[in-house]
Design a protein around this ligand. Structure first.
Ligand SMILES: [Ca+2]
Ligand SMILES: [Ca+2]
Length: 71
């Protein structure tokens, strides 16, 4: 079961990781949110990334995303 959940989480993460480098930046997050029909400001997007960022690079890795989901 856990594998299915992780695969689903990976799909969500990959959607936000526009350039596929394994990290979601605030810009990527904003871009995807706007494609989904919502708007967030740059500081809101960065604030969300920062809230799950564990290593201080101000980008969200899958591990950080996964930890946030399971936190
Ligand atoms: Ca990226
Ligand atoms: Ca990070």
């Amino acid at each position: 079961m856990a594998d299915i959940v992780e695969t689903a989480a990976r799909k969500v993460f990959d959607r936000y990781d526009v350039d596929g480098d394994g990290l979601v930046t605030a810009d990527e997050y904003r871009k995807v949110v706007s494609e989904l029909g919502s708007q967030v400001t740059e500081s809101e997007a960065q604030g969300l990334i920062d809230s799950v960022d564990n290593n201080g690079d101000r980008q969200m890795s899958f591990e950080e995303f996964w930890a946030a989901l399971n936190g």
